[in-house]
Design a protein around this ligand. Structure first.
Ligand SMILES: NC(=O)c1ccc[n+]([C@@H]2O[C@H](COP(=O)([O-])OP(=O)(O)OC[C@H]3O[C@@H](n4cnc5c(N)ncnc54)[C@H](O)[C@@H]3O)[C@@H](O)[C@H]2O)c1
Length: 284
């Protein structure tokens, strides 16, 4: 039996945005190690497909339609899952979208969607599930999806980058709140470097300014060529969760480099400056 199986087998995992990408990879891995996986996504068809795949592979899964930008939907999900299953061992607040464009060019609706999904979706996931976890009193895990972008700067990805800075600090403070409350809840920050997913697909950019399309295509190309395999990354993440780590990186060397850059920026109190990679991405 692997450490992941020892820790998680027989428990329930709830994953948001699990109909594609990293959420899907994590759902499959949780299914493989014997968890009952509640596969949630705004797109029910995608969630159904992932849950059916897990069941076909011999695992346990169910699909639920969920829009994380609706706090009351997260409350209802938590109530429903605890009523039916009694406990949740692992909550992964994964759903997130990329938004590309200059700050002043992104329409208000896309700004609101980005902040509501990427920030409020995580906040309200935690707010909805923690009271039930505390009531049950068993050891549980909450993992929030940060990013390498949590430690950097990137013009034209401002909406996304600021949301990921927010999630990293949210998880850090939440971790400490659990310590102060002596709660049996492990808080983990999942930090993907770059995994092959659909986040930069053209259809995911509906509502962005027209100028975003070429940057989106460049990022999609880079992801397809240099991104880590989804299942490989998901294995690394679940291994880190089972080890009760706070920092869980798919590509630790990328995290170290980004963090070192951030530390130097703070220490030097220098002005923000474009790096070579950023210039290349922006075509300047
Ligand atoms: N792919 C990477 O390399 C990478 C890097 C850093 C961070 N991340 C983070 O990982 C998470 C997943 O990203 P991904 O790359 O797998 O994206 P993806 O676009 O491939 O998948 C995201 C899933 O979330 C769902 N979704 C979108 N809006 C939703 C909503 N309102 N409610 C519920 N579900 C919703 C989509 O339908 C989709 O199935 C995000 O938080 C992202 O910021 C990804």
């Amino acid at each position: 039996m692997t450490e992941e199986e020892k820790v998680f087998s027989g428990g329930v995992a709830v994953i948001t945005g699990a109909g594609a990408g990293i959420g899907m990879g994590l759902a499959r891995r949780c299914g493989e190690i014997g968890m009952t996986v509640v596969v949630t996504d705004i797109d029910k068809g995608r969630a159904d497909k992932v849950a059916a795949e897990i069941v076909a592979a011999g695992g346990k899964a169910e699909a639920i339609q969920l829009d994380v930008s609706k706090p009351e939907a997260l409350d209802a999900l938590a109530q429903d899952v605890f009523d039916r299953h009694g406990a949740v061992r692992l909550l992964i607040n994964n759903a997130g979208i990329e938004t590309i464009g200059n700050v002043w060019e992104i329409p208000a609706a896309r700004w609101e969607a980005t902040l509501n999904i990427n920030i409020h979706g995580v906040v309200h996931g935690v707010r909805a599930f923690v009271p039930h976890m505390l009531r049950v009193g068993q050891e549980a895990w909450i993992a929030n999806l940060a990013s390498i972008g949590s430690f950097g700067q990137m013009p034209t990805q401002t909406a996304y980058i600021m949301s990921k800075h927010a999630i990293q600090s949210f998880s850090e403070c939440l971790y400490l709140e659990m310590q102060v409350a002596k709660a049996p809840i492990n808080v983990c920050s999942i930090i993907p470097g770059m995994l092959k997913t659909s986040i930069f697909d053209a259809e995911a950019g509906v509502g962005e300014p027209e100028s975003a399309a070429s940057h989106r295509a460049t990022m999609a190309h880079m992801m397809a060529n240099y991104g880590m395999d989804l299942d490989e990354g998901s294995r690394v993440f679940v291994e880190g969760l089972a080890a009760r780590k706070f920092w869980i990186s798919s590509q630790p060397e990328m995290t170290e480099q980004a963090v070192a850059g951030r530390i130097a920026f703070f220490q030097n109190q220098s002005n923000p400056e474009l790096g070579e990679q950023q210039r290349a991405l922006l075509g300047i």
